[in-house]
Design a protein around this ligand. Structure first.
Ligand SMILES: [Zn+2]
Length: 357
């Protein structure tokens, strides 16, 4: 006789955002988006795309700020419109979501690079006095991934998009550690199924690093699908990030606090993931090799800061995560010794070379 234990599971993964891969997708938009439409983009991108829009363009909005109060005022001031088109990197995508949410209009998203998974998240990430504000709800009618548009972005922007996938590796360790030591959040009990889903996306990206580096059609599909899954999974798992990121992002926030610098997201997260994996004693070399192979340089100087800045954030990480009340990770469990910091430094410069200013 056995008793039947019903293992708590999350519901099967809910639908991911409708995503279209193709070519010459921008020139089609004016034929089907609800009129009149507002295009949210960056001023430097507009000359390249302006000719694809017509007399039904109600307004083009150039993103100049992510300040929550300012973006709210901008949303209020928009003219009447039928839909929003988000066209650009993370900032245009986030402001477009906010406008669509505040004004209750459909949205079409056209990311121009693979920098982060922002196009596949429901909420906007804005700023309020330096702190992230994550608000809103916008489900795009579709996300359009134009191979040629993506490929024309600076290569390092596209390649750095692996940062938000590599960190699933350190996230899984941190979540299990929190579970095993009694530190997991009651609302997010450890769930192997979610960890396995994340691992499958990570494996797919690791298998296609050369394609992603070269930004081939296949590389674009692999990385975008991983981002699409993560954006949906955050919501589908109950606004849970435990299987998605951990010490890797804690390090990014600590580095921002130390330097006041705004980083290319995946590059700083890449350094955080390598440092975190080393602290976890969890295949750090696999992470470093992946970053090297895909072409994401994680030397601090390549991010516009010094090695000493990076080391200061490592030394202060355990204190920072408690002050900021972040989730329990290896940063709470294992002290960051000078030996660990030296090992990160030695391995990073041995891999990418000494910095030549
Ligand atoms: Zn991230």
């Amino acid at each position: 006789m056995t008793t039947t234990a019903v293992r708590p599971t999350t519901e099967p993964t809910a639908p991911e955002f409708s995503t279209v891969f193709g070519r010459e997708l921008v020139s089609e938009l004016s034929n089907f988006v609800h009129r009149p439409y507002v295009v949210v983009t960056m001023e430097d991108l507009w000359p390249r795309f302006e000719q694809h829009f017509d007399e039904h363009l109600a307004k083009v909005h150039f993103v100049t700020t992510l300040d929550a109060a300012e973006v709210e005022a901008q949303a209020e001031a928009l003219p009447e419109f039928g839909s929003i088109v988000g066209l650009g990197g993370g900032q245009a995508i986030d402001v477009a979501k906010y406008f669509a949410w505040r004004r209750g209009r459909p949205i079409f998203q056209v990311p121009t690079a693979m920098t982060t998974n922002a196009p596949f998240g429901y909420r906007s990430v804005l700023r309020d006095e330096g702190k992230a504000v994550v608000v809103g709800w916008a489900v795009p009618e579709a996300v359009y991934i134009d191979y040629d548009v993506i490929r024309s972005a600076p290569p390092h922007l596209n390649r750095s998009g692996i940062g938000d996938v590599l960190c699933h590796h350190t996230a899984a360790f941190d979540w299990k550690l929190a579970h095993d030591t009694g530190h997991e959040e009651p609302r997010w009990p450890y769930d192997q199924r979610l960890v396995d889903e994340a691992q499958a996306r990570l494996d797919a990206v690791i298998a296609d690093l050369d394609e992603i580096r070269a930004v081939t059609d296949r590389g674009i599909r692999t990385l975008i699908r991983a981002h699409r899954w993560a954006g949906a999974s955050f919501h589908n798992a109950g606004w849970n990030t435990r299987h998605l990121d951990g010490v890797d992002h804690c390090y990014l926030y600590a580095l921002e606090a130390v330097t006041g610098h705004h980083f290319l997201h995946g590059q700083a997260v890449g350094l955080g993931t390598y440092f975190g994996a080393l602290l976890q004693d969890n295949e750090p070399q696999m992470i470093l090799s992946a970053l090297e192979r895909v072409g994401v340089d994680i030397r601090p100087e390549a991010m516009g800061i010094t090695w000493e800045d990076a080391a200061t954030a490592m030394r202060g990480l355990s204190r920072y995560v408690r002050e900021a009340d972040l989730e329990y990770t290896i940063a709470d469990a294992r002290p960051v010794t000078e030996e660990v910091i030296e090992e990160v430094r030695d391995r990073v410069y041995a891999t990418f070379g000494a910095w030549q200013s």
